[in-house]
Design a protein around this ligand. Structure first.
Ligand SMILES: Cc1ncc(COP(=O)(O)O)c(C=O)c1O
Length: 443
């Protein structure tokens, strides 16, 4: 057991922590050692209410015995088997289970190990698709400002987060970006989908005019941008984007790594927002994060075009040693079973009005300049301390943790995404602690 064998590591030096302030952390570590239901526990046994489902991923709550047992059982039956030119039944079963809940006709599933790999896989599928159709000139990839698609070179390049890109040189060529949809002057404190901004999708026409439709392979967006602080799409925006992609023969990719598996009260964001993409990425909630796994689901026609378009032999020169890993497949099947039997999307949907009211109750707290919510996601934006962007929210994060509540921050935005098993009392505690912390960091 993790918390029994290494209650406090002797040295924090070796582990180079991802997306972390290593210097600060290693001077003031905050550790998690165990998790169950809605809570984490520190090595000292302190209970921490999980307001973020880990990192937007443990939608069914922590330590679900059904998932644990499925992983244990599978580990004993077969630890690993390759999926290159071989198969094992459980990977096929996991793909079929995913296809049961993806939008109709989006039924072919490629396995990866993470959201980043899913993003890069989706982009490569888009390029291979156009090549198979004889439109090899379609090599340009369009993302969106403030988009996050992980950290591979594809996802990072198509993503629109400056700090994630600036350290890494030239990135992928032939990439351009749509404007983000954050319009605080018009949409501040909007509940759910904001009213203004559908016309921002028309910026795709400008990119088509600039580059030529015949050079553009795909547009990739998150249905709701999570990592850059909860940007909910304006009413009609995604439908407009879909129409424009259709008009110009461009594939539409939804990055559903956060919005999949019940987070928006439906199986995927596509369903909630009434727009079906050609390709969708997923990860996180797929296995409840118990074993890393990602996937890319594509329209059957996209699969058929690539697979039938190639002569006999390997049709798509892409894959991971661990694509369809047996333990991950077992975790996915058990998770999707819980998703169905416990109707996790339905629970999220039922909780949404209470969640929305709770989020917006923070409006009166000092320095709160915007609140955004959709499904079981909330974003509370704080004004920055002069000359210290991000500092106020980071202090709020630390204060909440010390008071027993886990929130997530990005710049000066607090982002919330509890497990979908959250109950009213948890929401009250989360918001109460956050309110206190924001007030305590008013200066
Ligand atoms: C929309 C989106 N895409 C991709 C990723 C990257 O996923 P991973 O960290 O599993 O590579 C994330 C992670 O938060 C995400 O939110």
């Amino acid at each position: 057991m993790n918390e029994l064998s290494v209650p406090r590591p002797n040295s924090l030096d070796a582990f180079w922590m991802p997306f972390s302030d290593n210097k600060y952390f290693k001077g003031t570590p905050r550790m998690l050692a165990r998790a169950e239901g809605m809570h984490y526990y520190t090595p000292e046994g302190r209970e921490i209410l999980d307001g973020t489902a880990g990192l937007w991923c443990c939608n069914a709550g922590h330590g679900r015995v059904e998932i644990v047992q499925a992983i244990q059982k599978q580990a004993a039956i077969m630890d690993f088997a390759p999926t290159f030119q071989l198969g094992h039944p459980i990977a096929f079963e996991a793909a079929s289970r995913i296809a049961e809940i993806t939008p109709e006709g989006v039924d072919r599933v490629f396995f990866t190990n993470s959201g980043s790999e899913s993003a890069d896989t989706a982009l490569k599928i888009a390029l291979a698709y156009h090549k198979a159709r004889g439109e090899s000139s379609r090599v340009r990839l369009i993302g969106r400002e403030r988009g996050y698609h992980g950290v591979g070179f594809g996802g990072m390049s198509v993503g629109g987060i400056g700090p994630n890109r600036k350290q890494f040189g030239a990135l992928l060529p032939y990439v351009d970006h749509l404007p983000h949809t954050h319009l605080p002057a018009k949409n501040a404190f909007a509940k759910g989908e904001p009213q203004h901004g559908a016309e921002l999708a028309d910026a795709l026409e400008n990119l088509v005019a600039l580059h030529g439709a015949e050079t553009i392979a795909a547009v990739m967006v998150e249905p709701v941008a999570g990592s850059t602080g909860v940007l909910v799409p304006p009413v009609g925006y995604l439908k407009r984007l879909r129409e424009l992609c259709d008009k110009h023969g461009i594939l539409l990719i939804f990055d559903e790594v956060i919005t999949g598996f019940g987070r928006l009260g439906t199986n995927f964001g596509a369903e909630r927002l009434g727009v079906t993409p050609d390709i969708m990425t997923m990860a996180k909630g797929l296995t409840n994060a118990a074993v890393p796994m990602g996937a890319v689901a594509v329209k059957n026609g996209v699969y058929d075009t690539i697979v039938n378009g190639m002569p006999a032999g390997i049709e798509f020169f892409h894959g991971y040693t661990y694509s369809g890993h047996p333990l991950a497949a077992a975790a996915a099947i058990a998770t999707l079973e819980l998703h169905k039997t416990e109707d996790l999307p339905g629970r999220a949907r039922a909780m949404e009005p209470y969640w929305e009211d709770a989020m917006h109750s923070l409006k009166s707290a000092p320095n709160v300049i915007d609140i955004r919510n959709f499904g079981l996601i909330g974003g509370i934006e704080l004004s920055s301390r002069p000359g210290k962007p991000g500092a106020r929210a980071m202090d709020v994060f630390r204060r909440c943790f010390d008071k027993g509540v886990l929130v997530r921050v990005t710049a000066d935005i607090v982002a919330l995404s509890p497990p979908l098993i959250v109950e009213n009392a948890h929401v009250d505690r989360l918001v109460g602690t956050l309110d206190e912390a924001i007030r305590a960091e008013a200066a």
